[in-house]
Design a protein around this ligand. Structure first.
Ligand code: FES
Ligand code: FE2
Length: 373
């Protein structure tokens, strides 16, 4: 996997762009058929891919201690991830082995999963531990009626789940989340658009001035990004204007905290935005060709150098930062939904992604290849 630039190299590239009024340029233009956002067959192939690949399910911080769990559908399949007594994260198909009722709902912490239909109980390791009135099930082999496991592992502060197949999360992912980052918020909302249109809205800075004129643009640059690919993934750097002051700082002493936003696109459907005071993990769960559930996890950022690590202060600052970022986020969702409404206009049989939109070109190229393989 190609390595990402370190922070100082990113800062140097940003400062060069500020001086030259330039931005990173991709090599090619990409034409994506509009049909690929509308086709039911294409969506089904994408969902199968989401089940076949290791996909970030939640931040490891959402499974903070023994018995902490997160249950939600992933690519349409109910999954529950839980931290066991041994500290290991495991994940299961969230369906009781009696008659299929989910055994967990939302987020929480438990010692056992008890199905609320008839009360079958499962350990955190998925084993079937309790069957009320077991005499009604002569010959029941408990050993083969545990929750059905799927592959789960922690990497870079994220829990990856692979539902079908054995592909493991890449071992050489860059550090993305740090151990001390605390979960301060999690939420879900539905967005009336195809999941890929939504993903694209995170992946370029060419739209900053027209779309975010009063939210991000006063603090950021229009069309000034560092764009890097690593494996199937990418990272887009959105610098703040205040980064220009680093030009006066000797290179070895430059720190980028609070001076830029990193947006990691973890292929296919997860984004991690590292903002000034908080980090947002966004999972785009496709519901249909024109609806997406956005699942978000908000995490505090590590304290900057010289700052105290008082949790309440870090949480309050993270929440304030998240409220500001969501003003821009709503602008992106408005655009995303408007594009979706226009898909049926017939005006475009393809969309054109230009050289400023290299992370999106990478996304579509990798997605096409993955669907063919
Ligand atoms: S469906 Fe779970 S106990 Fe019956
Ligand atoms: Fe945006």
């Amino acid at each position: 996997m190609n390595a990402l630039l370190d922070d100082r190299a990113v800062a140097a590239r940003v400062l060069a762009h500020v001086e030259k009024r330039s931005t990173d340029l991709g090599e090619t233009v990409w034409r994506e058929p509009v049909e690929n956002y509308r086709s039911e067959a294409r969506l089904q192939a994408e969902m199968a891919l989401l089940r076949r690949l290791p996909v970030p399910f939640c931040p490891a911080a959402a499974l903070g201690g023994e018995g902490a769990f997160v249950a939600r559908p992933a690519a349409g399949v109910p999954i529950v991830a839980v931290r066991g007594r041994d500290g290991q994260v495991r994940a299961f198909r969230n369906a009781c082995r009696h008659r299929g009722m989910p055994v967990a709902d939302g987020r929480g912490c438990t010692k056992t999963f008890v199905c609320r239909y008839h009360g079958w109980g499962y350990g955190l390791d998925g084993s079937l531990r309790h069957v009320p009135h077991e005499e009604g099930f002569p010959g029941l082999d408990r050993g083969s009626h545990g929750l059905v496991p799927v592959h789960a592992e922690e990497r870079s502060g994220l829990v990856f789940v692979t539902q079908d197949g054995a592909e493991e999360a890449p071992a050489d992912l860059p550090p993305i989340l740090a151990p001390g980052q605390m979960l301060f918020d999690s939420a879900e909302r539905e967005v009336a658009a195809n999941w890929k249109i939504f993903a694209e809205s995170f992946l370029e800075g060419y739209h900053i001035r027209p779309t975010h004129r009063e939210s991000f643009y006063p603090y950021g640059f229009d069309n000034l990004n560092v764009i890097e690919a690593f494996g199937r993934n990418s990272r887009v750097t959105f610098p703040f204007r205040r980064i220009a002051r680093l030009a006066e700082v000797p290179e070895a002493e430059r720190r980028i905290d609070g001076l830029l936003t990193y947006v990691y696109h973890l292929f296919p459907n997860v984004l991690v935005a590292v903002l000034s005071r908080h980090t947002m993990v966004v999972v785009l769960e496709p519901l249909s060709t024109d609806r997406t559930r956005m699942v978000t996890y908000g995490l505090t950022n590590p304290p900057a150098e010289g700052e105290d690590d008082e949790p309440e202060r870090l949480r309050a600052e993270a929440a304030r930062d998240a409220a500001f970022a969501d003003i821009g986020g709503q602008e992106d969702r408005d655009v995303t939904c408007a594009i979706q409404r226009g898909l049926s206009s017939g005006a475009n049989d393809h969309f054109t992604f230009g050289r400023f939109e290299g992370a999106i070109v990478h996304f579509h190229r990798v997605l096409d290849a993955a669907l063919m393989g």
